[in-house]
Ligand binder design. Structure first.
Ligand code: SF4
Ligand code: SF4
Length: 361
């Protein structure tokens, strides 16, 4: 990544921190910092993505504003992380979507909803507001071929874009190191447990200088909720395409149970994280990035809420409308994922893997 204003600022702060080292026990960033003598752009990008934004070092820092040194590591790293998301995004022309992400999410959502409604108006075998029941009921609203074609195309593009971004990040910030199984296992463990938000047992500074585990638990609810919903969709796709058992599925099937638990996790997690952002102290935060954060959280919330509503009302004449809205939101989510804060999950996990490799060598 080329040197930018924020990279220069991050280097200045890391040089102060490397002389101070007061925060060494807070998280993985400071021990990783002490392994460097000079901070290249790749090293700073790695450290920024290793940071979990717990804000602990801001409240502990004797050089934080209003001190003339103005050290504000959480804020500086938040801006640098966002710059790295944009730099490694693929294809490059779409990377500008990060600049006005809130607006992009809104426009993409509107476009996806419009596309689904057009598909419905073309293909629906009857009026939307009538009850459709039994196996294959969803396909009476949008035929199997149209639903599958759009889903496969958008998901394939999204996965390709996420993979290309992750590979570029690793070549640069991961120094293209060989991936050893034990480092991958350690990195994944630290990512899945959010160890760096643990604060040595006290938690992080969610909203002010007091410690709490709330942000960690809410992030777990959201992330595991997302994974449960993905597992529900994958299981449903396997049943549908391989076993030829079309949706909707019984209440006590694996797909529905995973979908309900995932949907509840997503709603609890995203609602709580939005609240923490609203009531939290803005000084260690990068406030101009809030729009993008809120947009992704709101989209996840809406996707979960409409999914649960579709389940609750699938036997009624509201099913067709709810299905169209839910599919539009899911389509929008899949399209914006590579150009949203979602990529932090990939880059942070890769940073944790590099950290595990360097810590054990
Ligand atoms: S954040 Fe402040 S207290 Fe912590 S290591 Fe850096 S300069 Fe020292
Ligand atoms: S904000 Fe938290 S995770 Fe980030 S560098 Fe500071 S102490 Fe570490």
């Amino acid at each position: 990544m080329p040197d930018s204003i924020i990279l220069v600022e991050a280097r200045r702060e890391m040089e102060i921190c490397n002389a101070c080292r007061y925060c060494e026990g807070f998280c993985a960033v400071f021990p990783a910092m002490t392994r460097e003598r000079e901070f290249s752009a790749a090293d700073l990008t790695y450290l920024a993505n290793l940071c979990h934004n717990c804000q602990g070092c801001y409240y502990a820092c004797q050089y934080a504003p209003p001190h003339p040194f103005g050290v504000n590591v959480p804020q500086t790293f938040a801006v640098l992380r966002e710059e790295s998301y944009r730099h490694y995004a693929w294809p490059a022309p779409l990377a500008r979507a990060f600049d006005k992400n809130g607006l992009v999410v809104a426009l993409t959502t509107a476009g996806a909803l419009a596309l689904v409604l057009v598909l419905v108006s073309i293909f629906a075998t009857g009026p939307l507001a009538v009850a459709h029941e039994g196996p294959g009921a969803f396909y009476q609203v949008i035929p199997w071929a149209a639903m599958t074609g759009v889903a496969v195309l958008t998901l394939a593009f999204s996965l390709l874009a996420l993979a290309r971004g992750g590979i570029s990040f690793w070549r640069d910030a991961g120094k293209g190191a060989a991936l050893r199984p034990r480092d991958i296992a350690r990195g994944l463990h630290d990512a899945m447990t959010l160890k760096n938000l643990g604060g040595g047992g006290f938690g992080c500074n969610d909203i002010d200088e007091s410690f709490s585990q709330n942000r960690r638990y809410l992030h777990h609810a959201m992330a595991y909720g997302f994974l449960a919903c993905f597992a529900a969709t994958s299981t449903a796709a396997f049943d549908d395409y391989v076993l030829k058992l079309p949706a909707p599925y019984p209440l006590f099937s694996a797909q529905v149970i995973l979908g309900v638990l995932g949907g509840i996790g997503l709603i609890v997690g995203t609602s709580g994280l939005i609240r923490l952002k609203i009531i939290g102290n803005r000084e260690p935060a990068a406030e101009h990035l809030f729009g993008a954060d809120f947009a992704l959280l709101a989209l996840l919330w809406l996707a979960a809420a409409t999914g649960l509503s579709l389940l609750a009302f699938r036997a009624t004449d509201a099913m067709g409308t709810l299905l169209a809205i839910h599919l539009g939101l899911i389509l929008s989510l899949v399209v914006v994922l590579p150009y949203s804060k979602f990529v932090h999950g990939i880059y942070r996990t890769l940073a944790l893997i590099r950290n595990a490799a360097e810590a054990s060598s």
